[in-house]
Design a protein around this ligand. Structure first.
Ligand code: ATP
Length: 520
């Protein structure tokens, strides 16, 4: 259930409008009026998302000695989802409002509230008041009126008539009612979140396959392939990134909950404690390690530590096979919400796949001289939720010379564009030529752009809003002193640098900003 803590520095609407204005993220299928639960990344957003994924891949695969990366299919054999439990259990409780909005909810997202039932009485003809067959459930009469005006008046054909709302005596009760129209909710029914498609030219049931709702199962079914070809001993991990699909009942809050999204998941296979040699980390110690390391990754990439927290799932709510699950929560503008989950999954997944596939996926431990099924620690995070957290955390509004300046103070390694080269005067061919050449030189080392489509102040503002760390101005003086001005995004400080040293200086700055690799 959502925590009601609110942030005062940024709203979701502000981020949504910045994203649209600056080509970061657009509603999916926009020109056709949108497709619910889908979003497209624009020119700036595609770079940002790529940088987020690269930063994760670097930290989780390339900077480490104990993790391999793979890239499995989106379509897996249908038996995979039977074995994993998704066919039977990957469900959410769905309910509908019986009120006029007919809105649909995830039952577990609706908080219980104390409400009373209000009757709608048409008193236009005072001599013959008429009570209508309608139920509005609300905590107060004021709220009941709001529901009435927004939804019921029209639905009941009462526009222009005089109406009274009356609380039914003794009806006050605690329960779940629609927070939109005050209607009763239907009993929850379980709804499977997996999307299906058909393989092959004939649409017959035998060819039905699922679009994966998570990337993790592609890792489990490749456990043996990856382990043997990479000649790995325990402990080691397999990571992958890619699209996942979930037919979410209520996709909402921009890219926080969508029906098509990307995930970055890693399965870390380790020894059950009874097989650990002296000095080896136990499975629970690895769980601890990954909890801390994953939170630290966000901090290394610039997220304010105070906007992150752990939520440990209570023992009684864990799945039967799990020895611990922790969410890393971020303080989004909609409150504290799950950003990443870290789960100790025991040996559940591999055991299930052994049973369903008939393949022996046990590990032979040469030190213990025995076979067993490894334990798994799984850090799983959504790319889009991560992008949203980075955007919210980087967003700043400042007063500069009585004008509002909007800055995305993104970590330099996440910034979509690293440097923008701007000629002070677009009508001076010598300046334009030098600026073009500098942008081309920079492009060989980092994502740089050339822009002369506005006055310098406007160009700075545009780059600030998309988080470009450096703006480089080529001015008339540059023709004499062969130097340019580099302006820093956050401090707005300017320094004069010889034009032929710009590439070297910015490369060194970028290198110095690289997040440190994890302690292993
Ligand atoms: P939630 O409880 O919010 O539905 P979950 O616990 O089902 O999430 P997991 O199955 O643990 O999520 O997936 C791992 C991560 O994938 C989540 O922490 C989140 O970052 C991301 N994710 C899951 N569902 C969505 C979605 N519909 N849209 C965007 N990201 C998602």
């Amino acid at each position: 259930m959502a925590d009601k803590t609110q942030r005062s520095d940024v709203t979701l609407d502000t981020i949504v409008s910045l994203c649209k204005r600056r080509g970061i993220i657009f509603p999916g299928s926009d020109i056709y009026g949108g497709l619910q639960g889908t979003f497209d990344y624009g020119p700036i957003g595609a770079e940002l998302k790529r940088n987020v994924k690269d930063a994760w891949w670097r930290a989780m695969v390339q900077d480490r000695f104990d993790i391999e990366g793979i890239d499995s299919c989106l379509l897996l054999h249908p038996s995979v989802w039977k074995a994993s439990g998704h066919v039977e259990n990957f469900t959410d409780p769905l309910c509908d409002s019986l009120g006029p909005s007919r809105k649909r909810y995830r039952a577990d997202h609706i908080e219980e509230a104390e409400c009373a039932r209000f009757l709608v009485i048409d008193v236009t003809d005072e001599a013959a008041p008429r009570t209508l067959e309608a139920e509005i459930w609300a905590p107060t009469k004021k709220k009941a009126k709001e529901f009435f005006q927004q939804w019921w008046e029209k639905a009941l054909g009462l526009e222009g008539r005089r109406v009274k709302l009356e609380e039914v005596e003794g009806s006050r009760t605690t329960g779940r009612f629609s927070p939109d129209d005050g209607g009763r909710l239907t009993e929850p029914r379980m709804f499977n979140l997996m999307l299906t498609t058909t393989l092959g030219p004939v649409e017959e049931s035998s060819a039905k396959v699922y679009l994966r709702p998570e990337t993790a199962q592609g890792i489990f079914i490749n456990f043996d392939n990856a382990r043997t070809t990479a000649r790995r001993k325990l402990p080691f991990g397999i990571a992958q990134q890619g699209k996942s699909f979930r037919n979410e009942i209520t996709p909402r809050n921009f890219i926080f909950r969508t029906r098509e999204f990307e995930q970055m998941e890693m399965e870390f296979f380790c020894k059950p404690v009874e097989f650990c040699q002296t000095g080896e980390r136990t499975d629970m110690e690895w769980f601890e390690y990954w909890r801390n390391e994953r939170l630290d990754w966000f901090v290394r990439l610039g997220i304010n530590r105070e906007n992150l927290r752990f939520y440990d799932h209570p023992k009684e709510k864990l799945s039967h096979y799990s020895r611990g699950t922790t969410d890393i929560e971020y303080l989004y503008p909609i409150g504290w919400q799950e950003l990443e989950g870290i789960a100790h999954r025991g040996n559940f997944d591999l055991t299930q796949h052994m049973e369903h596939s008939g393949k022996d996926l046990r590990y032979f431990d040469p030190e213990a001289n025995t076979h067993y099924v490894p334990y798994v620690i799984e850090p799983a995070v959504g790319v889009d939720r991560t992008v949203l957290a980075f955007l919210c955390d980087a967003y700043r509004e400042e007063e500069v010379k009585d004008r509002k300046r909007v800055v995305l103070a993104l970590h330099k390694h996440l910034a979509p564009i690293k440097a923008a080269v701007l000629p002070l005067l677009a009508n001076r061919p010598e300046l334009v030529e030098r600026a073009h050449k500098l942008a081309a030189d920079l492009k060989r080392h980092m994502n740089a752009v050339y822009d002369d489509t506005g006055a310098i102040g406007k160009l700075y503002r545009r780059q600030d809003e998309i988080g470009t760390p450096w703006c480089i101005t080529v001015d008339v003086e540059s023709l004499d002193d062969q130097a340019v001005t580099i302006r820093e995004r956050d401090s707005m400080e300017q320094r004069r640098v010889p034009i032929d040293r710009v590439v070297e200086v910015l490369r060194a700055d970028l290198e110095a900003a690289a997040p440190a690799p994890a302690a292993q």
